[in-house]
Design a binder for this molecule. Sequence first.
Ligand code: SAM
Length: 242
Amino acid sequence: MDHAAEEMRTFWDDRARENAAWYVDTTCDYDHPDMDAFFAVGRKVVAEAFVDAPVRPPGNRLAVEIGPGLGRISLALAEHFERVIGIDISAEMVERARGLVTNPAVSFEVGNGTDLRPLESGRVDFVTTFTVLQHLPSPELIDGYLRDAARVLAPGGILAAQWNNLPHPSAWRARAIWWRLRNRIGGPLKMDARVARPFIGTRLPLDVVTRTLEDAGMTIRATKGLGTLFAWVWAEKTGPVG
Ligand SMILES: C[S@@+](CC[C@H](N)C(=O)[O-])C[C@H]1O[C@@H](n2cnc3c(N)ncnc32)[C@H](O)[C@@H]1O
């Protein structure tokens, strides 16, 4: 495992031990997260990414979630797929997800943080990811996951991915600097974990996402929320399996 993956794993393992629900969804109450509301958001995300999506895959055998955290989205996906696999870099998150989600159709695995191995090529009907790509610290890591999603999808399979498409990289950088500054002013011991590299993450323009997906044998079918932190792309596997 390379340095960037080690850094991401350590960061998310620490966050899971500190307060897993809050770091998955910082709109939760830090001390008393309402877990029913938390899991209800999983169904809302699946409604957006799959149920009400502009395009859906022909098959319903296997869905994969990149970065499932505590499993709220994977659990909701099991209402639509025979089997769901969530692959997360953090063993601590995976352990907690296994404790919270007991539906036998859903399983959680610790991944390598850079791709979906050991999943086989061409077997998956649907790949989705929400509030994960936005945290990855480099464009290359996002590129890697998009390419590997294309690899594991069956012909006609669909990728529904949310990513950070905020414009103006300098404005994004300024926001990160301001966040760090605010923390220092608040006291050197009170460093907010949200200013760390594995949380601040990366924004990407649509043309970079498009180039990567097309190069990997995908055809973009729809986008939503462009220019925001919650941009979505739906892409279909149209190229050869490999
Ligand atoms: C903000 S949480 C979102 C969890 C889930 N998608 C949800 O919305 O309920 C981000 C998750 O992505 C995982 N993650 C971060 N970097 C990752 C990587 N490189 N590969 C796989 N998972 C990663 C974290 O461990 C964490 O569980």
